[in-house]
Write a protein of this length. Structure first.
Length: 236
């Protein structure tokens, strides 16, 4: 979960065990709240669009943009059935890099009967990715709900918020899933999965602050000598 208005960022659970805990309790508790959420725009992954979270955020004066996936089948079905083909394009952008071209289309639809607290609009993002080396084309459609009323934020601003959230996903969660093989972790008891996720976040952050961009290479470098992590941390 990430809060906008150039504000704080928080990440949701990502390991298989974390996701299991998330299914049990991903409500935002008052004790975990941060001050100054009024008028913030909070983006959230699929573990967080729960009614309690929506009610809490709106109670704090914050708005949310939450992706809806298969763990919310009723709401996802409702979003997919909207007449997207008849809805005008709200924003389009394209990026080129890392050997691929990506084009993103954003559509927004005002809808007062979405099954989520305070939801005022439905969003659909269609991403077309073309591999420039093998010419492979992939198309992905993502659906969102937001409490932002029509006209409160432009399509460009909403798209920027979503890209910022995906940047967090790519720079943090993807690294945890691949470099640290979180999904294969056998640590599943109690709060240990969250503790391990925090330690992985710490390791990634320390490496990035040290100027490392390849976290896998940085991990191998530090693993080869027990003194290297201490040097990076400035403890020697």
């Amino acid at each position: 979960m990430a809060a906008g208005r150039d504000g704080p960022c928080r990440t949701g659970p990502r390991t298989a065990a974390d996701r299991h805990e998330a299914q049990r309790d991903t409500r935002v508790h008052p004790s975990s709240g941060r001050p100054g959420l009024e008028n913030a725009i909070v983006t959230a992954d699929a573990a967080h669009p729960q009614h309690a979270n929506g009610l809490w955020l709106r109670g704090q004066g914050a708005h949310y943009i939450a992706v809806v996936k298969g763990n919310h089948p009723g709401l996802l079905k409702q979003l997919r059935k909207l007449p997207w083909a008849d809805i005008a394009l709200d924003h389009k952008d394209r990026t080129r890099g890392r050997g691929r071209l990506e084009v993103r289309h954003l559509k927004t639809a005002a809808f007062r009967h979405l099954d989520h607290p305070g939801a005022r609009q439905a969003l659909r993002v269609m991403r077309r990715r073309k591999d420039l080396t093998g010419n492979k084309l992939t198309i992905e459609r993502l659906h969102f709900v937001t409490s932002l009323p029509p006209g409160a934020a432009s399509g460009a601003r909403i798209a920027a918020r979503l890209r910022g959230h995906w940047k967090i996903e790519n720079q943090l969660h993807h690294v945890r899933d691949t470099t640290f093989a979180e999904d294969s972790s056998t640590v599943r008891a109690g709060r240990l999965p969250r503790v391990m996720a925090g330690l992985r976040n710490l390791a990634i952050s320390v490496c990035r602050q040290d100027g490392r961009t390849n976290i896998a290479a940085a991990s191998r470098h530090h693993a080869r000598h027990p003194g290297r992590p201490l040097v990076t941390l400035g403890w020697t």
